[in-house]
Every structure is written in structure tokens, then in C-alpha cells.
Design a protein around this ligand. Structure first.
Ligand code: SF4
Ligand code: SF4
Length: 266
């Protein structure tokens, strides 16, 4: 256990800042955290010192631009441990959808008033594609409990553990009626990790997969079942690509069903 506060920097790459906001929104509980954490760099909270040496660098956001990559390498060099937080950092996030576009320039023109100012990398990728990551916290956004627990464990010298249990387990514990069985809704619960408290199924909606792949996800079996509900290959691609398109188990299904889609349209 450290006998001094853990020095922590929170870096933002390409992201909506939602993970930082979810963390900062805990309000007064954040003051309690300051008993064992010293934040050095945390732009959302008004602290700017990206070049300080720290114990832990938390990275929010995907690597989408040359500048992201430069700042990520700098953060890695200055931190003993690096933790990626949120869907963007762990698997590219929503913005990684552009990796699948055949004509990226068209997308750019459709989104930005002045596309000539955009200097992006060819693909939008997860942090672990570029530097060593010591630990990952999944979610879109991550919860403040996940981040706090991780920092507490690192201060105590314990290896952090994120909960990778399937969402279905939490959903069942809450006594929800299963929308996959009763409505044939394309719920991702069987292959998604818990973290949201089974929010969508608790309101009769299918899970969108905000928290990314669970432990041992049997995506092949679930997608086969989805075709039985009448989903077309492209519907399945959309389901798996929305938030975590760069995570290997979902990537496999995206590739598999895109191929089926292409073969079907020949
Ligand atoms: S993971 Fe979600 S909430 Fe967090 S920064 Fe990315 S888009 Fe925003
Ligand atoms: S509603 Fe979804 S998360 Fe809940 S048990 Fe059914 S498949 Fe699993």
C-alpha cells in the first residue's frame, strides 16, 4: 500500500468526455477520493499538466488523429501504469464506425463544414493498439464506481478487477422478463458485460451493448439465433458495430455477417 496519495493524470483523446463527466459527477464523493488520490492533469476539472510523471494515467478516448497518438505516447512514457477507460479507449467507440466506410472523404464532407481542417489517421483505434495497457475499464460511459474502485485498488497495491460477468446474470437477479425470449428482441445481454444494472431490459428494451464483450461471449450462437427472429445480416452488423466495433469477438461477427450480406446481394 502506498504511504502517499496516488498521483493520477486523466488524459482525453478523441471522445465526447462522457467518461470524465460520469466520474466528476459524483460531486462531494470526489472530495473523499482526494484522501488517497492527487490529480495532476484532469482538464474536465481544470487541471492541466500533461507532462508530469504520475503513478497512473487514465486514458479516455480513441486514437483518431496524429495528435492523439503523440499525446498517448507521452502519457505512457510518464506513467507507471496506464488504464484505458470507456468504449472509445478500449474498442474505438462510436467514431470507429468510420473504419467500415468505403468512402471516408464523403463522410467527412457530410459531417464537417470545413473538412479541410480535419487531419485524421486512416483508422480510429483502441489505445491498446498503440501502447501497453495495464488495465481496461469498459463502458459507455464507465461508471464512477468502476473508476473509484480501480484507483482504490491501485493505491492499496492490489491488481484491479473489472466485472466481466454477462449482463443476463444481473438481469435475472433483478427478476426481469427476458425480452429476447418473450419479444424476440435482439438483446445483446448474453454477450455483454454487466455494469449498467441491466437498465434497458428493466424497461422492456433490448440491450445495446454499452459495456462491451463479456467473459466467454458466444456471439456466434447469439447471432444465429437473431436470424431466427428475422434479422437480416446487415441488422446484425449494426447491432454489433454500434459501440464496440473494434473488440475482437464483435469484430469477428461484424466480418462474418458483412460477408453474408455481400453474398446475399450478389
Ligand atoms: S466511452 Fe462513451 S461516454 Fe465515454 S467518452 Fe467515449 S462516447 Fe463518451
Ligand atoms: S432481457 Fe436480455 S439481458 Fe435480460 S436475460 Fe434476456 S437476453 Fe439477458
Amino acid at each position: 500500500m502506498l504511504q502517499r496519495p496516488l498521483k493520477v493524470a486523466i488524459h482525453k483523446l478523441t471522445s465526447c468526455s462522457g467518461c470524465q463527466l460520469a466520474f466528476i459527477n459524483q460531486g462531494p464523493k470526489l472530495l473523499k477520493l482526494l484522501e488517497f488520490v492527487e490529480f495532476t492533469h484532469f482538464i474536465e476539472a481544470g487541471l492541466f499538466a500533461p507532462d508530469q510523471e504520475v503513478d497512473v494515467a487514465l486514458i479516455e478516448g480513441s486514437v483518431s488523429t496524429h495528435d492523439d497518438l503523440k499525446r498517448l505516447v507521452n502519457a505512457r512514457q510518464r506513467a507507471k501504469l496506464l488504464v484505458s477507460i470507456g468504449a472509445c479507449a478500449t474498442s474505438g467507440g462510436v467514431q470507429a464506425l468510420r473504419n467500415m466506410a468505403d468512402d471516408k472523404e464523403n463522410w467527412k464532407r457530410a459531417v464537417y463544414a470545413h473538412p479541410e481542417f480535419i487531419e485524421e489517421l486512416q483508422d480510429c483505434t483502441a489505445v491498446a493498439t498503440h501502447v501497453k495497457v495495464d488495465f481496461e475499464l469498459w463502458g459507455c460511459p464507465v461508471t464512477q464506481q468502476q473508476v473509484t474502485e480501480c484507483l482504490r485498488q491501485l493505491h492499496a497495491g492490489v491488481k484491479p478487477k473489472d466485472n466481466a460477468e454477462k449482463l443476463c446474470m444481473e438481469c435475472k437477479r433483478q427478476g426481469n422478463v427476458c425480452v429476447l425470449i418473450t419479444q424476440q428482441a435482439p438483446c445483446l445481454g448474453p454477450v455483454v458485460r454487466t455494469g449498467c444494472g441491466a437498465l434497458c431490459p428493466s424497461f422492456g428494451k433490448a440491450c445495446y451493448g454499452c459495456f462491451g464483450p463479456s467473459e466467454q461471449p458466444n456471439c456466434e450462437s447469439l447471432t444465429n439465433r437473431m436470424t431466427g427472429f428475422g434479422l437480416m445480416p446487415n441488422d446484425i452488423v449494426h447491432r454489433f458495430a454500434a459501440i464496440h466495433s473494434q473488440s475482437p469477438p464483435y469484430q469477428q461477427q461484424i466480418a462474418r455477417w458483412r460477408l453474408q450480406d455481400l453474398e446475399g446481394s450478389d
